[in-house]
Each structure stands twice: as structure tokens, then as C-alpha cells.
Ligand binder design. Structure first.
Ligand code: 4AD
Ligand code: MG
Length: 461
């Protein structure tokens, strides 16, 4: 007999074929000696309706055991549905209860707040929202690889444990096997020569620096992996552990970098619209009205390009009031990023040429000596979703930028050497995967688009 996923079953005609389905009971509705079960198996947001008639073997005892959440294996015939809401239904010929659920199963109740569901992160994938988020994450990961593989980018696995701070911002989690409890009371500081690697080690904040070494050999590469930031940001768009996609291209300047970023984002959006229609309908109806139309319009639009200098002028000209005032030289806060995308340009924008003081050391210095070839892609509702740049490819200028940023050239000796041997203009960017999922689904909080969120003072699972 055909054992099949509900996603596939729902594409069949009700032609009385015999089927076996495995899943979990979402709801049970009894009426006059007949029971309707909604079964979900995670393959789709949609449920399969199963009809159990009173004549079924062991009907009474079965129905006593079946509750929301229990796992079942059901065989039966697929027929055109008699009721509204579904084209086909399964008339059960046998039901096997695999795992029962007691009355106090917390997901019996239909609606829970997302805050509460974070406290039961082990059960939340069983809800419509988190099931849909998981499928969208998976489909988008596939689309990301597909985009780059179709363009001959090489997928490079950059390390998680590193000795260098890519962003130079000192927001790294340390990795150590030193006996911290013992060291606590000791004076004279810590001797990292005694530590596991013989030097200070951390979790990476970005795979970019190592990615550049491969781009300077294989031309076009990308990374897609977890990154870690010990920044104390308790916001709805920051995580301490998040996934980042980082392409890096040799023989590439900022203009091409911007083109790739825009094409990439549109490609993923188009993929999701085409391949995750049921889940996207759910987000559109229940999470954020208009989210589908928004993606459709972005796929057709073109991103606005604006320099940092002009962006600041636009904000100043508007006369709008902000918590953090803006003037040339200050970093754009998320309130300014939202204002630019939502009020001024009303679409995604790419802001370029930021002051060098507010950007990382590796960005190429412009001829004005004040700004760097940086690019941030900003989107409505979220602000920054991509950060990237053309890289400084001149040895002397890069060394000076490292020193001026308060960093040690000797810590970046191998990165500097890329500029000594066959240096080449190159550029790349980093897309925050969870911010992307937030944007696509319309989910408010970044902690609800990753299975097990990590944030300051929060590690419950
Ligand atoms: O702008 P960022 O810091 O850029 C880099 O890390 C570069 N090395 C990328 C590159 O050029 N290869 O981070 C890139 C993106 C941000 O635009 C944002 O989407 C995301 O990573 N991001 C975060 N997402 C969730 N939580 C955080 N704490 C994040 N910090 C950055
Ligand atoms: Mg950034």
C-alpha cells in the first residue's frame, strides 16, 4: 500500500485509492457516531481530513485514546470530500495510535503568544506558524545554494573557531579550555599560551576574511554558515547566533557587487513565491497582510542607489524627529534606515560610500580619503539586511587602515599577504539569513525565525 506524505496526497483525485498516512492529530470533531480528524504530517501547512465511522474496528476505545497531538498511522480510501474546505478526504479502514497525549498537552489550546511559544521551543515546530517558518527556511537555503551554484560560485566552508576579528568590533565569544573557575582568583592575568590553541581563540563573527583567501584563487565563492556576535543587543532583529551568506568575488568592483546582491535577493523571493505558496498564503493571512504582494512588487522593482551623504541630506531635509539625531559622520540607526526605505524611497535601497570611521577596516578607501566603498542594502520594516563592500586591495592602504582602527597588522598578516601576491580588486557582501526570513514571512521578532534562538541572557534550550 502507498505510504504517502500529505502534501502529495492533497494533489491526488479522490479516486478511492488505498493509502497509508502517518502524522499527528491536529483536531478531533465527533458527531453522531462519526469522527472527523485533521491530520498533519509537517509536509505542508494543510491537514488531511480523515473520517472514522462508527463501524470501524474498536471505534469507541480508539476515539477515547485519540486526542490533539497524538501520533497515528491511518490506512483508508481517498474519496472526494463530502464537506466543504477540502477536495479529498480519507475514509479510515484502520487507525493505529502510536503515541498518546494526555489532557494537559499544552498545544491543545489553539492560540498561544509567540513569547510563550519561545518557552516551549521543543514543541513550537508543531504549530502552523513554526512549521511554515521551518519549511521556508529550508526552501530558501536551497534557493541560495541554487543561485550561486548556477553561477559557478564555489561553496567554501570557512572556520567557526578563529583567531581574527573580521569586523574589528571586539564582539566575539571566546573559545577556551582554561579552567576559568581556578583562574578567577589568580592575579597576573591569563596566559593564553596555556590555552587549547596556544593563543586567544573566538567564535567567528563572519567568514569573510577566510572567504577572501579562496576568492583570490577560485574567483567567485560563497559561504553559508553560522556566525556569532557577543553584542548586547536585545532587539527584535539581533541574535547572538545567526546564519550568514557571504559571497566574495575577485575582479569585481562595488557596482557589480550591488548588481549581484539585488539579483540574489529577487531570485530568492521569486523562488519562495513559486515554491512555498501555501506557507506564504498563511503568512499573508495570519501574520502580515500584504507580505506576498510586497515580495511580488520587489521582484519587479529596481533598488534605489543612494550615497550615505545623500541619505543623510534627505533625512535632515525631511525635518522628521528621531531618537538619535543624524548628521554627516554618525552611523545610521535602524529608525533612520526604516525612514529612508518606508517614507522617502518606499522600496529597498542600497546606501554606499559611508564615512570610513563607522565602517570596518577592510573596506576600500575612496579617493576623497574620507569615505569607503561600502554598501548596505536596506529594506522597509527591517532596515539593514545586507552589509558589504569593495575590499581594500592595496597593501599599504590596508595596513594603515588596520593600524588606524586600533588593530595589530601582525594579527592580519595572512590577510595582508593577499594584497602582496597577485592582488586584485574584489568585493562581497553578507546577507543575514534570519533577517531575510523575517522580511519574507513578515514575522515581527527574529527569535521566531530560527529554531533555537540565542540572545543575551537567553539560552533555555
Ligand atoms: O554588516 P555585517 O556586520 O557585515 C559583515 O559581517 C561582513 N563581513 C559581510 C561581508 O561583507 N562579507 O553583517 C552582515 C549582515 C547584516 O546586514 C545583517 O543582516 C546580519 O548580517 N546581522 C545580523 N543578523 C542577526 N543578528 C545579528 N546580531 C546580526 N548582525 C549582523
Ligand atoms: Mg552592517
Amino acid at each position: 500500500m502507498e505510504r504517502q506524505l500529505i502534501k502529495i496526497i492533497l494533489t491526488y483525485e479522490g479516486d478511492k485509492r488505498e493509502l497509508c498516512v502517518e502524522g499527528w492529530v491536529r483536531t478531533k470533531r465527533e458527531s453522531k457516531g462519526i469522527t472527523f480528524l485533521e491530520i498533519n504530517d509537517g509536509s505542508t501547512i494543510k491537514n488531511l481530513q480523515v473520517v472514522a465511522e462508527g463501524t470501524l474496528d474498536g471505534y469507541d476505545s480508539l476515539m477515547k485514546r485519540i486526542n490533539t497531538g497524538c501520533s497515528v498511522v491511518i490506512t483508508g480510501k481517498l474519496i472526494p470530500s463530502q464537506g466543504k474546505g477540502q477536495a479529498v478526504e480519507l475514509t479510515a479502514s484502520a487507525i493505529e495510535v502510536i503515541g498518546e497525549t494526555p489532557e494537559n498537552y499544552v498545544l491543545q489550546k489553539k492560540r498561544h503568544s509567540f513569547e510563550f511559544l519561545r518557552e516551549i521551543a521543543h514543541l513550537r515546530p508543531r504549530t502552523n506558524t513554526f512549521g511554515a517558518v521551518a519549511r521556508i527556511r529550508s526552501s530558501m537555503s536551497f534557493a541560495i545554494h541554487k543561485f550561486f551554484q548556477e553561477r559557478d560560485f564555489v561553496y567554501v566552508h570557512t572556520p567557526i573557531i578563529t583567531g581574527s576579528d573580521c569586523e574589528g568590533a571586539g564582539e566575539m565569544f571566546q573559545v577556551t579550555t582554561l579552567p576559568l573557575e581556578e583562574i578567577k582568583g589568580r592575579t597576573g592575568g591569563i596566559d593564553y599560551a596555556e590555552d587549547f590553541f596556544g593563543k586567544k581563540a573566538s567564535l567567528t563573527v563572519s567568514g569573510q576574511l577566510e572567504g577572501e583567501t579562496y576568492a583570490c584563487a577560485l574567483k567567485n565563492i560563497y559561504t553559508f554558515g553560522p556566525t556569532f556576535r557577543a553584542e548586547n543587543s536585545n532587539t527584535s532583529r539581533h541574535l547572538s547566533e545567526f546564519w550568514m551568506i557571504e559571497p566574495e568575488m575577485a575582479f569585481c568592483d562595488l557596482n557589480r557587487n550591488m548588481k549581484v546582491a539585488e539579483e540574489f535577493i529577487k531570485y530568492i523571493f521569486a523562488h519562495v513565491l513559486e515554491n512555498c505558496a501555501d506557507d506564504m498564503d498563511f503568512f499573508d493571512q495570519h501574520i502580515s497582510k500584504g507580505v506576498v504582494e510586497n515580495l511580488q512588487s520587489i521582484v519587479k522593482s529596481s533598488f534605489e542607489h543612494v550615497t550615505y551623504t545623500r541619505a543623510v541630506e534627505e533625512i535632515e531635509k525631511s525635518g522628521a524627529k528621531f531618537e538619535f539625531p543624524v548628521s554627516w559622520g554618525t552611523d545610521l540607526q535602524s529608525e533612520h534606515e526604516k525612514f529612508l526605505t518606508e517614507e522617502i524611497f518606499k522600496k529597498p535601497i542600497i546606501v554606499t560610500d559611508y564615512p570610513k570611521e563607522i565602517k570596518a577596516f577592510y573596506m576600500k578607501l575612496n579617493d576623497d580619503g574620507k569615505t569607503v566603498r561600502a554598501m548596505d542594502v536596506l529594506v522597509p520594516r527591517l532596515g539593514e539586511i545586507i552589509g558589504g563592500s569593495e575590499r581594500e586591495s592595496d597593501y599599504g592602504k590596508l595596513e594603515k587602515r588596520i593600524i588606524d582602527s586600533g588593530l595589530e597588522p601582525k594579527d592580519y598578516w595572512w590577510y595582508l599577504e593577499l594584497r602582496k601576491f597577485g592582488t586584485v580588486p574584489h568585493a562581497g557582501f553578507g546577507l543575514g539569513f534570519e533577517r531575510l526570513i523575517q522580511f519574507v514571512t513578515g514575522m515581527q521578532n527574529i527569535r521566531d525565525v530560527i529554531p533555537f534562538p540565542r540572545a543575551p541572557k537567553s539560552l533555555d534550550f
